[in-house]
Design a protein around this ligand. Sequence first.
Ligand code: SAM
Length: 474
Amino acid sequence: MWKYDPNSAKADEFINHEEIMETLAYAEQNKADKVLLREILKKAEERKGLSHREASVLLACEEEEINQEIFRLAKQIKQDFYGNRIVLFAPLYLSNYCVNGCTYCPYHAVNHHMPRKKLTQEEVRREVIALQDMGHKRLAIESGEDPVNNPIEYILECVNTIYGIHHKNGAIRRVNVNIAATTVENYKKLKDAEIGTYILFQETYHKESYLKLHPTGPKHDYNYHTEAMDRAMLGGIDDVGCGVLFGLDKFRYEFAGLLMHAEHLEAVFGVGPHTISVPRLRNADDIDSTSFANGIDDDTFAKIVACIRIAVPYTGMIVSTRENQQTRERVLQLGISQISGGSRTSVGGYVEPEPEDQRSEQFDVMDNRTLDQVVGWLMELGYVPSFCTACYREGRTGDRFMSLCKSGQIQNCCHPNALMTLKEYLVDYASPSTLKIGEELIQKELGNIPKEQVRSLVIEHLDRIQQGQRDFRF
Ligand code: SAM
């Protein structure tokens, strides 16, 4: 039997099944123990996070009064660390060629009726221009796993093409990459290509289920997949994004596994994941999400988001257009710091809609609004939409980003950057109604920059943006 060890390099030891089972039993036994629950909440108030065990007790808790406390604290932590800023991005699907057999994903190799598409560099260019014309500055590139059709050289070429496109005032300033687990050598190449975050969802931490859900292809190798973030870190990528696909296995198991993964990265590399994503399984081409037994309802989803926020306060949290407007609205206040907007999950979907018989979407999008609608909606809710990419371009990645969070200087740094990138969006891309709300919001939010000196510099930069200059950052 494997022994639990967060410092181990072995998947079976840092994501240890016995430890998770004991954690779940401990959570079940103590979920009504109000004294313990209050002690855990008191510790969480210190904003230093919780262990997977402590957080699992909170997740299991059914006491109404304590649950209200959990939600209140999640909102407070979100406000303290991230303020009212929400970072925006879009996915860009490069290729749906895939050799894996993932039973929940329509890109699986035995889906013979789905058209297989792979963007040429000219098509990448057109997609990126369409995304720049919407106002996007940050992308997450997505691809199936296929060493012949989508080798690392193809991904690198696409990253290079994307960074090189400057259409009107547009620019993609940060490319995050969501591709299959790979080698340290390839992670080094991605690092050299100046990617932002390397994102890889675990899908499920439950090894036995994992093996069944990934019956064929290289992704079947649970250990290789689970140890990918270690290899990414060894390759020099210090911003990694974790996540599970909720609906595949039992959510309490996944939650404990996710936090153990974060603890492992923190223990070994001194820095936890940069982001955690919370995707839920959706219908897709030949995938019926209701045929999977572990779907979670909206209340459970909200509770998971709140508990992650409390357990890892310095980790950004991402919600995609797998969620509808209403759910996104609910979880934004509980801890989400990044959302996608105006997304297409098909290969080549931004330039023009695909004909009915040629569809290549990875899953059904539940929020079909345009980026402008999403930006306007966020501002009406009191959030500041941000297109900021400053941290990673200023070398504030990994532990350097964490120290910025911990130093309390976010309000003098991230907030001005958010306002300046929002201003760029408003001047270049916004509809008249979004522009109006945005200008009022910026005026109001200038008052929330604590340092007088920073504030006057921001006012000067905003004026220069209005005159046509771009890309100011702190
Ligand atoms: N092929 C890469 C890999 O193996 O990690 C890239 C990932 S894929 C383009 C992005 C993510 O979409 C997957 O990791 C999976 O969690 C998610 N996904 C797959 N099928 C889905 C579905 N039916 N509903 C929602 N999300 C899905």
